[in-house]
Design a protein around this ligand. Structure first.
Ligand code: ZN
Length: 396
């Protein structure tokens, strides 16, 4: 699949521009949303761990519980570690610890959440955060309602220490009490398990799969909407995605990948002056700057070009107005500038072609942007030539 994406069919070995882990990520995270079967499988298995305490009366849950028993808090079945490899619960429960990292309890009456051993505060398990106090406590494996009188608020916490505490231990208790401040038990409410990766608090395979792919790191791709919500053709969007990631095969990148090749002359073919990099070619090259200048004039704005293409794609520009048509045409224009700079650069390098001036290239930029916009429902009453002739009139 990876080779198919970057090398095409019968085209021989070519550079893989973006790491496969990144490609597998969702588009919001900077990938192509291809997904990874291994992580998908693990996320689907975890769904059974989520459903187990939700469906205590279903036959499958009763069978699992009677066969393996359940944890002391009563939420989960015990892992099936001492059974044959063909046992499905063994595979499912193998992901239990990773699954638990994404769960947190919301307190109700506190009778189904263990104080030390369950995750119910943001700081993680209290037995890990305060190992010394945990060792001194006589209330291991007991639920939170055994530590307080729920009728009295603010709560007086009783940790059941086996002896009087020394100065250091007292300081730790003060830290622990600071964490517990604000927590309250509600006698009429049941404890609930929350899925931390979703705002709704409910498990989804998608969120867990993304957690597994990114190994818990939060990965975002700020230019997401500017890249993928544009109405340009898919190949142009994929190209702008590569520009946003800085992974286009400009000469500086090719030279780094092939240090033993002498790429001469390794200067930008548009200005024949500076070394070619993604940010230079698309933003800072005098040729490209003139092209952006024509775009600013068209949309009636002025702006300072940001340092990099990713920053550029994240920037908000004030153009014409703020309607849906404006944003559709604006995104088409930006994509068209990137695409046409790249086409112009490639023609000059790979074909016997002298190149066109900035004005002529600007006409092409407008032509393509107007054509892409004209087939969207926002511009259903306009032909591409009408849009191209007077863009400001078309969006108002
Ligand atoms: Zn240049």
């Amino acid at each position: 699949m990876r080779s198919f994406l970057w090398e095409g069919v019968e085209e021989g070995k070519r550079d893989h521009l973006v790491k496969w882990e990144r490609v597998a990520n969702s588009k919001e995270e900077g990938g192509l949303g291809v997904g990874s079967l291994k992580e998908k499988n693990e996320a689907l298995r975890a769904k059974w761990l989520w459903r187990f305490p939700m469906e205590p009366n279903s036959l499958w849950a009763m069978v699992v519980k009677s066969k393996y028993g359940s944890a002391t808090n009563g939420w989960d079945a015990n892992p099936a570690s001492m059974v044959t490899s063909l046992n499905p619960w063994k595979d499912i429960s193998a992901g239990y610890q990773t699954f638990l990292q994404c769960c947190r309890f919301e307190l109700g009456n506190g009778n189904r959440v263990r104080f030390w051993e369950d995750s119910w505060v943001r700081e993680g398990l209290l037995k890990d955060s305060f190992p010394r106090l945990f060792a001194l406590s006589s209330k291991h494996s007991l639920s939170i309602d055994c530590f307080v009188d729920s009728q009295v608020f603010p709560h007086n916490w009783d940790f059941g220490f086996r002896r009087n505490l020394n100065e250091r231990e007292t300081a730790e208790v003060i830290k622990l009490l600071e964490i517990l401040e604000g927590f309250r038990l509600w006698a009429s409410k049941r404890d609930r398990r929350r899925w931390d990766l979703e705002v709704s608090g409910y498990f989804t395979c998608k969120s867990f799969q993304s957690f597994l792919c990114n190994k818990g790191r939060v990965v975002t791709f700020p230019p997401f909407s500017r890249v993928w919500k544009a109405k340009s053709p898919p190949k142009v969007k994929v190209f702008v995605w590569l520009v946003g990631l800085g992974k286009v095969n400009t000469l500086d990148l090719v030279q780094r990948k092939r240090p033993f090749m002498y790429l001469s002359p390794h200067w930008c073919v548009l200005c024949k002056y500076c070394e070619e990099s993604v940010d230079h070619l698309f933003l800072h090259c005098p040729f490209s700057l003139s092209l952006w200048g024509l775009l600013w004039r068209e949309v009636g704005t002025v702006c300072v070009i940001p340092k990099g293409c990713s920053d550029f794609l994240c920037s908000d520009f004030v153009v014409w107005g703020s309607g849906k048509c404006t944003s559709t045409l604006w995104r088409c224009l930006v994509h068209s500038v990137f695409w046409n700079i790249w086409m112009e650069r490639n023609r000059r390098i790979f074909e016997d072609y002298k190149g066109v001036g900035v004005r002529d290239l600007w006409d092409r930029v407008k032509y393509w942007a107007a054509l892409w916009a004209s087939v969207t429902k926002d511009f259903k009453d306009y032909s591409y030539s009408t849009i191209m002739r007077d863009m400001a009139a078309a969006v108002i």
